[in-house]
Write a protein that binds this ligand. Structure first.
Ligand code: NDP
Length: 500
């Protein structure tokens, strides 16, 4: 891409040096001897090589995390919180630099990464740092002469495995609650987006995090499996596809690790005739095309009540027409590049299938004809109307910019259809009818339901999936449960009287 506004340090060609692992507070060479390239999705040029962590490297990272666990878990909560808060300040101060690196590695528009990716990660870290001094156990009086205390203790070393769509945000959403509870972590980013987790490790170190509390190992699913099998790891937290969740759960079962999963989705966005239609159209666009559609919670099944259906569909085309697809580093770009050639090919297959179906092609789905974009993984946002529930592109997670619009007649009907999926990550209802909004929200089988909104995830609110969209929650107080275990200490103040 010729006239890119890429920051000098990230210009392809002037490329970054080979990236190492991050173990025990410092960058560390992998011993595997293997490297892999991470590519710029806008051009498919290599950004840099990255060292691949093999078994000895994962062992070393886990040993470092185990060594660090004793002192970190024993540190007064206020001191742990201070370190994490300093990291929040550094993240915010370096927002634009980190956003640029994220845009380079993911292909997402700079206007998004500057506003969302680092900020929403830092917000979650700030939230958990604030909770540090509220973490506590419990006490039970057991008259006449006993009591019990319940200690809340960390689990140990957490193995965390990230997806490629929100790399630094995922690393923060996982490390923030884990570390505040006194655990240590070995984090494996997705092979496609290895860069910002290393920056986070540097930032944690600069903030005063002791060596070994947050380590980064790089690599593909093989490295992930080394974590899920490792006997020194107490818990695995994964963000990824439902199929990966099943594989990780089976592997983690061999050593009975705790697991939490944030997995895929095919969420419904339900628009009733009484809703603010312009707002509903805006929401449908945001719920399908933000981050190029590479968002787990996206409302990819847009159900619209028949009375407003034709107007709704007619409004979509002109709005999509004005969306700017292009160089992710151009501040005006609204839809950047998809993560990889393989992923683009997968999205195209779904678009082709949709075009070959009885659905009505409203707009998009072609590769842009701008020669400057020819080498990158670009596709125009696509809308299909008159879809039916049985179409594969309506049932399966595409994870790209493909919206399916489906008409409905009644509330009962749309609820049954919206819930007829193995996924249950999120959903939304647009209506001005207060009672209906809550009836629908209660009936939707999903971990998050938005009323007249979409894709808002404040740190204090639990986030996660029903059914095959996940296990456990991220964010909110509940996550503390997932990163701690309870120890009951029973104290007898009397004399032990044996039964024999
Ligand atoms: P994948 O499931 O392909 O990969 C997720 C991570 O798991 C990667 O780091 C991957 O390594 C690793 N991995 C893959 N197989 C194994 C295995 N057998 N054992 C251990 N680790 C393994 O997901 P994607 O990266 O493609 O991300 C997209 C998916 O993530 C979508 O389904 C999306 O919905 C979901 N997602 C869910 C979110 C949520 O919060 N619910 C948020 C964001 C995304 P590698 O890729 O390096 O090979």
């Amino acid at each position: 891409m010729s006239n890119r506004s890429l920051p000098t340090e990230y210009r392809t060609g002037t490329a970054l040096p080979t990236q190492q692992l991050f173990v025990h507070g410092v960058p560390a060479d992998a011993t595997s001897g293997e490297t892999f390239a991470t590519l710029d999705p806008a051009t498919n040029d290599p950004i840099c090589e990255v060292q691949h962590a093999g078994e000895a490297d994962v062992d070393r990272a886990v040993a470092s995390a185990r060594e660090a666990f004793g002192a970190w878990s024993a540190m007064p909560a206020v001191e742990r919180a201070r370190v994490l808060r300093r990291a929040v300040d550094i993240l915010r101060a370096r927002n634009d630099e980190l956003a640029a690196l994220e845009t380079l590695d993911t292909g997402k528009p700079i206007q998004e990464t500057q506003a969302v990716d680092v900020a929403t990660g830092a917000d979650v870290l700030e939230y958990y740092a604030g909770l540090a001094q509220t973490l506590h156990g419990d006490h039970f009086d057991l008259p006449p002469d006993a009591f019990a205390i319940v200690r809340r203790e960390p689990l140990g070393v957490v193995g965390a495995i990230g997806a490629w769509n929100y790399p630094i945000q995922i690393a923060l959403w996982k490390s923030a609650p884990a570390l505040v509870c006194g655990n240590t972590m070995v984090f494996k980013p997705a092979e496609l987006t290895p860069l910002t987790a290393l920056k986070l490790a540097e930032i944690y170190t600069e903030a005063g995090l002791p060596p070994g509390v947050f380590n980064v190992v790089q690599g593909d699913a093989r490295t992930g499996r080394l974590l899920t099998h490792h006997p020194g790891i107490a818990k695995v937290t994964l963000t990824g596809e439902a199929g990966t969740g099943k594989a990780v759960m089976a592997d983690a079962a061999k050593t009975l690790k705790h697991v939490t999963f944030e997995l895929g989705g095919k969420s419904p966005l339900i628009v009733f005739a009484d809703a603010d239609q312009e707002a509903a159209v805006s929401a449908a666009l945001a719920a399908n095309f933000y981050s190029g559609g590479e968002v787990c919670t996206n409302g990819t099944r847009v159900f619209v009540e028949r009375a407003v259906y034709d107007d709704f569909v007619s409004a979509l085309g002109p709005r999509v027409q004005t969306m700017r697809v292009g160089d992710p580093f151009d501040p005006a770009t609204q839809v950047g590049a998809l993560i990889s050639r393989d992923h683009l090919a997968k999205v195209k297959r779904y678009v082709d299938a949709a075009r070959a179906s009885n659905a009505t092609h409203v707009i998009g789905g072609d590769v842009p004809n701008d020669p400057a974009l020819a080498r990158g993984n670009f596709i125009m946002p696509a809308v299909f109307a008159d879809c039916t529930d049985d179409m594969a592109f309506v049932r399966e997670e595409i994870f790209g910019p493909v919206m399916a619009v489906l008409p409905f007649a009644t509330e009962d009907e749309v609820l049954a259809r919206a819930n007829a999926t193995d996924f249950g990550l999120a959903g939304a209802v647009f209506t001005r009818d207060f009672a209906r909004a809550h009836r629908v929200a209660n009936a939707l089988q999903a971990g998050t339901v938005w009323i007249n909104d979409y894709n808002v995830t404040p740190p204090e609110v639990p986030f996660g999936g029903y059914k095959q969209s996940g296990l456990g929650r991220e964010n909110g107080l509940q996550t503390i449960e997932a990163f701690t275990q309870l120890k009951t200490i029973y104290a007898n103040l009397g004399r032990f009287e044996g039964p024999y």
